[in-house]
Write a protein that binds this ligand. Structure first.
Ligand code: BGC
Length: 780
């Protein structure tokens, strides 16, 4: 019995009207270019957004003359872009940089930063490679994930982008990336999966392109099935800017927020669709719920008081840049330059007019800018430093003259530089790409340095062979064959606003370089695994190389490369010994330990890379080696230390399309510890017990597939033996190696049709049923 009738009626709640249909629709698109819609009476604040991944780009509507100006309105620290940070192999550093980015965001009232960009570098030609970390998904996930944590721990949301398979700029707004399930999962979704599961970004930005014919903003499978269903994503999906074609279809697919706003035009489409019944209001409500949670999450987050000091952040940008420089080559110890090495000729306009970031939506107006030339002069301490520009950069005014350039000027400039080189003890030659060569919005069509620079290089080397080349580039450039003619080569990427100082510190040895390549430098563009299917045609790009992306492909084809993935020299040397592998207590991870000793004359940092090789006889084509973990160690001369890298057992899995999921294959996997992917120092065999097969056997499966199946294999062997016994015994055909090989690839239902077969067609059906029943009961 209840006392309902005797209790006083509850006090009436003051009536707050819920959001109207139109208000709900308005929440699902931006209020402007970089702000979401607020509903103050419903307690929903606006969320302010800003590019970009390596520095704040406070939006400015249009530049002089009405053209869009991609630079930020206010200065912000320009940290090393992802191409450089990728070479640091230092998640802790990425975490700190992201914390500083969050600090600046908070100081400017920005709640969500549009980054990090974690697309895989499928081709060296991609114009936006400077904004991405690596050709490897694990390295990408470790650095990108650290940035997500660094931002969000400081109360600023991340927008993980561009989901998914946005690996080129050519036709980026329409192209369909046609990818088989295995490479999609193992290469292109892997970093997204890892970060979403572990680091829980508050938002994901869906890309412009389509995957397998379905545009991302309407891709239910990727936005809802995989992202939320499989990985448990609990944030919002926002569109890339202008990526939505059909607003109602996008909402249905799981895209919560259209950016930028459309001044209500597409909100009205949503209202109309709900009103005429073509869109279930519950779909809109789900998006609204997520958006409200997102807006409150960003508003309520704990945010430390901004401590922004321009000096501190510039210093951090410099410290980060120190870690990103990669020493590719250093014959006869040409580097470091000794401060009293006599005279140094600094040649190349890029030393005076550095290229330190890429062009496009991530472009920052820096708070200050260090030039390599000034920094080298400041570090020279006794050595004479002279400068000659050698060449001009397209678009850059000819310094000091304000006049147009001519071929004669070009020749005169080069001749001056050659004269200076001949008269100096050592040459530091700055070469690289300009924003005309690479940018967001277009891909390159070759990877060569500009001809004028290559000609200059030849003449300089002829005049003085003691040349250290320093490269500035956002995408890989071809170094072959000229790298063979210079003793030292430094890959400086785009190092952010403080990169000039970092280069000087490395060149003069104040910093011992420790960067390692996060992408392969091929001998020729034509060698790159995606070459024959990049950038596609007629609206489709077929990812024909499958999982063989980057070093996975170069290694599988045994292709010589200029500098391999993971390569980077130091001014000291390291020796590896004592590789040990133990299964950790949780049974889910292996501790891979290796001892590293500093065997050279200077303190230095080594990045230890752990690769795995698939088991022999794997059921899928495997890359010869795949990165499974890494760690770095800093050692004084003579010091040694054991480095432990944790490798997850799950990371040994491949994605089986046939079984519809990840699967660790049983057998002897290999574990390797290397100083690069092609400098493996230690290796060991790791016997692994495989996952049970989820394959549902039928007569269409081959004898080999039956035999490899943990349940089906023994059942089939037993049936074969019984069949033979019933036929009067005699030797099994399987004992003859040639026949065994022949039969191995034959489906069981074909074998059953032959009169000599030990199993009959009806027995095959019964065997398959039995295998399914036993496998099912084992899984339970
Ligand atoms: C880019 C995004 C960027 C957005 C907003 C788009 O064109 O692809 O990376 O965040 O613009 O500027």
């Amino acid at each position: 019995m209840t006392n309902d009738q005797t209790s006083p009626p509850p006090a009436a709640e003051p009536s707050v009207p819920g959001p109207t249909l139109a208000e709900k629709a308005s929440l699902t698109s931006g209020a402007g270019d970089f702000v979401t819609t607020a509903l103050p009476h419903a307690g929903v604040p606006a969320v302010t957004l800003s590019d970009g991944p390596h520095g704040l780009r406070l939006p400015k509507e249009a530049g002089d003359g009405g053209q869009v100006d991609l630079h930020s309105a206010a200065p912000a620290t320009c940290y090393p872009p992802a191409v450089a940070l990728g070479s640091s192999w230092d998640p802790e550093l990425a975490h700190r940089v992201a914390g500083a980015l969050a600090d600046e965001a908070t100081a400017h009232g920005i709640r969500v930063l549009l980054g990090p960009g974690i697309n895989i570098k499928r081709s060296p030609l991609c114009g936006r490679n400077f904004e991405y970390f690596s050709e490897d998904p694990l390295l990408t996930a470790e650095l990108g994930g650290a940035m997500v944590r660094g931002l969000q721990e400081s109360g600023v949301g991340a927008a993980l982008k561009h989901y998914a398979a946005n690996n080129q700029e050519t036709d980026r707004m329409r192209v369909s990336a046609d990818i088989d399930e295995r490479p999609l999962r193992e290469i292109y979704l892997r970093a997204f999966e890892r970060i979403v599961r572990r680091d829980r970004p508050w938002s994901v930005m869906s890309s412009y392109n389509a995957v397998n014919g379905v545009t991302l903003s309407e891709n239910t499978r990727l936005l809802t099935g995989i992202l939320r269903g499989e990985w448990g994503f609990d944030g919002i999906v926002m569109s890339d800017w202008g990526a939505v074609r059909d607003r109602v279809a996008a909402l249905r697919a799981g895209l919560d927020l259209q950016m930028p706003g459309t001044q209500g035009r597409t909100d009205r489409e949503v209202v109309a669709a709900v009103t005429d019944g073509s869109l279930d209001e519950a779909v809109l409500d789900t998006a609204v719920e997520r958006l409200v949670r997102f807006a409150r999450r960003t508003a309520d987050a704990d945010r430390p008081e901004p401590r922004m000091s321009v000096d501190d952040h510039h210093r951090l940008a410099g410290e980060a840049a120190d870690r990103c420089v990669v020493l590719l080559k250093n014959d006869d110890g040409l580097l470091p330059l000794s401060p009293v090495a006599g005279s140094v000729a600094v040649i190349g306009e890029l030393a005076r007019t550095p290229r330190y970031q890429g062009a496009g939506s991530s472009q920052v107006t820096p708070t200050r800018l260090d030039t390599p030339l000034d920094a080298l002069r400041a570090h020279a301490d006794g050595a004479r430093v002279d400068f000659a520009p050698g060449y001009t950069l397209p678009g850059a005014e000819v310094a000091g003259t304000g006049s147009a350039d001519s071929p004669e000027d070009d020749a005169a400039r080069a001749a001056d530089a050659v004269r200076l080189a001949a008269a100096s003890d050592t040459v530091v030659l700055f070469l690289g790409l300009s924003a005309h060569d690479e940018s967001e919005g277009f891909d390159r069509d070759h990877i060569d340095l500009p001809d004028t620079q290559l000609r200059l290089l030849d003449s300089i080397v002829a005049a003085n062979p003691r040349v250290a080349v320093v490269l500035s580039n956002g995408g890989v450039v071809r170094t072959d064959p000229w790298h063979r003619t210079v003793p030292a080569l430094v890959e400086g990427w785009l190092l952010g606003q403080a990169g000039g100082g970092a280069l000087a510190r490395v060149l003069f040895g104040e910093v011992n370089p420790s960067g390692k390549l996060a992408e392969t430098v091929p001998l020729r563009l034509e060698d790159s695994p995606s070459h024959l299917s990049f950038p596609g045609e007629e609206g489709h790009v077929r990812y024909g190389e499958g999982v063989f992306v980057g070093y996975r492909g170069y290694d599988a084809a045994s292709r010589e490369v200029a500098f391999p993935f993971g390569h980077g020299l130091s001014y000291t040397t390291f020796a590896y010994s004592g590789l040990r592998i133990t299964l950790e207590a949780d049974g889910a991870r292996y501790a891979v330990a290796v001892t590293v000793a500093n065997t050279g004359p200077r303190a230095g940092r080594e990045v230890v890379q752990i690769y795995s090789t698939g088991p022999a006889g794997s059921s899928v084509a495997r890359p010869p080696r795949e990165l499974r973990g890494f760690a770095s160690v800093t050692l004084a001369p003579g010091e040694s230390r054991e480095v432990v890298v944790h490798v997850s057992r799950d990371d040994l899995a491949h994605y089986s399309e046939r079984e519809g999921g990840w699967r660790v294959e049983g057998g002897d996997h290999g574990i390797e510890a290397g100083s690069s992917s092609r400098d493996i120092r230690q290796s060991a065999v790791l016997p692994v017990e495989g996952d049970p097969s989820r394959l549902t056997l039928s007569g269409r499966n081959t004898v080999a597939e039956w035999l490899a199946h943990p349940v089906g294999g023994p059942l089939l062997m037993k049936a074969f033996a019984e069949g033979r016994a019933a036929a009067g015994g005699g030797p099994s055909a399987m004992e003859n190696p040639a026949i065994r090989r022949f039969l191995a690839g034959t489906p069981l239902d074909v074998i059953a049709e032959f009169p000599q077969s030990p199993v009959r067609p009806e027995e095959v059906v019964a065997l398959a049923e039995q295998a399914a029943v036993v496998s099912g009961s084992q899984e339970r």
